[in-house]
Design a protein around this ligand. Structure first.
Ligand SMILES: [Zn+2]
Length: 500
């Protein structure tokens, strides 16, 4: 399968702020012999690795729009939480939010303003959503487009976004002040049983015959094969001596058990996270992996009671990964943040004229009008030169890759394959502006996720993102074939069988 890399460009500029910071620190240290860095903290303090935790309530008010319906109740609070790592250059912040997604201007501005508040850089702030559906959505660009067009239907709550950002700025500052020294990083993994399943069931011609959505009432569709998934839940922890300080967990799946209730809640991964955190008595930050084409559909009939069942299975995986955790010593020199800005060209179906017409037309169905505004917001952002940061945090022998969009699981499997025997976790659902990001072949297979409505990019995205992953993971020489394409069968040699 030939991959088409020509319709996306890729700025292979690696920003390695640790090296820059080290040079700046050395210069400041030598110049005048004063052990101060630019922010005025002592050099000795700056060289000590610390981790801080923050948690901001991200629940909407009653009446405020959730992704699909107005909020009638907060049945379980939503959270914007994360960790901040201090001591390895400017602070590194890993954030997740219990929302559908944070896109384009909303994503850029959140990171820029949070970075400015704590003396860091936007590319060192990695913001991800868990993608729950009874939860708010955020795209400030799309919101403005709809407002300018006179749309009265509320899809976004700017005040909520502002309140969460204000809370994050204050709480991350406090987390830096209260950060605890750490000297080891833990890594454990375990398979989650019977939660993830592939949503895209192919026919004999390799086309999507059935989309197995996150809740599947049809028993025959549930009975179809699991398909390609990554069953592993990965858990990364910070330790000082024998004391654990915080844990990060990673698992790739859509998080829905059932939705469209108007009752805001963090769904089964959020319930698993909250229960696990209580059980181990630690702050826990859960990230969704590359779960764009993954859901619980095979294991979920959409019944109310199954939400707790799915949560229990994910929590069991967290516990097993916790029990399997092995620790490695870590010092300042073992911690590195790198990021690569990538430009993912809008798909051929993203046409300005049609999108502008749909946004301007009050008779267009509100859902399609919203969809058009979101696609136009992505196009505007791309055309003004906007890039998406793909990041990688290295903590001794553990690496975490930070990716945008509703990414197909094959990207996560490829990242793991780039570091054989390695400890590689992936957080996806970063910048949500792209919506779904399929594999190149996924765009030929059809199906919902790569349809014009569901994705803002096209088949060229694979080469750009795989290129960024290779660079970040130092895997340029490793051969990773086109994603999602089985390798060619070996050529048939001369047979030793007696002809019949
Ligand atoms: Zn989705």
């Amino acid at each position: 399968m030939k991959r088409n890399a020509t319709n996306c460009d890729y700025r292979g500029v690696t920003r390695c702020y640790w090296h820059m910071a080290a040079i700046v620190l050395s210069v400041v240290f030598l110049w005048g012999g004063i052990p101060l860095n630019l922010s005025g903290t002592s050099l000795l303090q700056a060289q000590e690795l610390k981790v801080g935790y923050f948690d901001v309530d991200a629940s909407p008010s009653i009446g405020s729009p959730l992704a699909y319906d107005p909020c009638v109740e907060v049945s379980n609070p939503l959270s914007c939480r994360g960790v901040v790592i201090v001591g390895a250059g400017e602070p590194i912040v890993l954030v997740t939010i219990d929302w559908l997604g944070v896109a384009n201007d909303g994503h850029e501005e959140f990171r820029r303003r949070l970075a400015a508040a704590i003396g860091s850089q936007a590319d060192r702030i990695s913001l991800h959503a868990l993608h729950q559906h009874d939860a708010p959505r955020c795209d400030l660009g799309a919101m403005r487009l709809l407002e300018q067009a006179g749309s009265t239907k509320q899809h976004y709550d700017r005040m909520l976004w502002q309140r969460v950002l204000d809370g994050a700025m204050a709480n991350v500052k406090e987390a830096i002040e209260n950060a605890q020294p750490f000297d080891q990083v833990g890594y454990g993994e375990a398979e989650v049983q019977d939660v993830a399943s592939n949503r895209r069931l192919l026919d004999a011609n390799g086309k999507v015959a059935v989309t197995r959505y996150t809740a599947t009432r049809d028993a025959a569709v549930r009975a179809m094969p699991t398909g390609t998934i990554d069953p592993k839940l990965r858990l990364i922890s910070f330790w000082k001596g024998d004391k654990p300080l915080a844990a990060l967990t990673y698992y790739a799946t859509h998080p829905q058990s059932f939705y469209r209730t108007g009752k805001a809640n963090p769904d089964f991964p959020g319930l698993a996270r909250n229960s696990f955190a209580q059980r181990v008595g630690l702050p826990v930050v859960h990230f969704n992996g590359a779960g764009g084409n993954i859901g619980a559909g095979k294991w979920n009939d959409g019944s109310v009671e199954n939400r707790a069942v799915l949560a229990g299975k994910v929590e069991a995986g967290m516990l097993k990964a916790w029990e399997a955790t092995q620790r490695t010593k870590v010092s300042v020199n073992d911690v590195e943040w790198k990021s690569v800005p990538v430009r993912l060209q809008p798909g051929a179906h993203i046409q300005r004229e049609a999108l502008e017409a749909a946004v301007a037309d009050a008779t267009v169905d509100p859902v399609m009008r919203l969809n058009s505004a979101e696609h136009l917001s992505y196009l505007n952002r791309y055309e003004r030169g906007g890039a998406i940061d793909v990041g990688r945090l290295k903590l001794a022998d553990v690496q975490i890759v930070h990716m945008p969009g509703e990414l197909f699981v094959e990207f996560q499997l490829a990242a793991a394959a780039m570091v054989p025997g390695g400890k590689v976790a992936m957080a996806a659902y970063g910048d949500y502006g792209t919506a779904y990001i399929g594999t190149a072949i996924g765009y030929e297979q059809g199906g919902y996720e790569t349809s014009n409505r569901a994705t803002c990019v096209g088949p060229g995205a694979e080469a750009v993102l795989v290129g960024a992953m290779r660079e970040l993971l130092g895997a340029n020489e490793r051969i990773i074939g086109p994603l999602g394409v089985p390798p060619d069968p070996p050529a048939v040699g001369p047979t030793t069988e007696t002809p019949k």
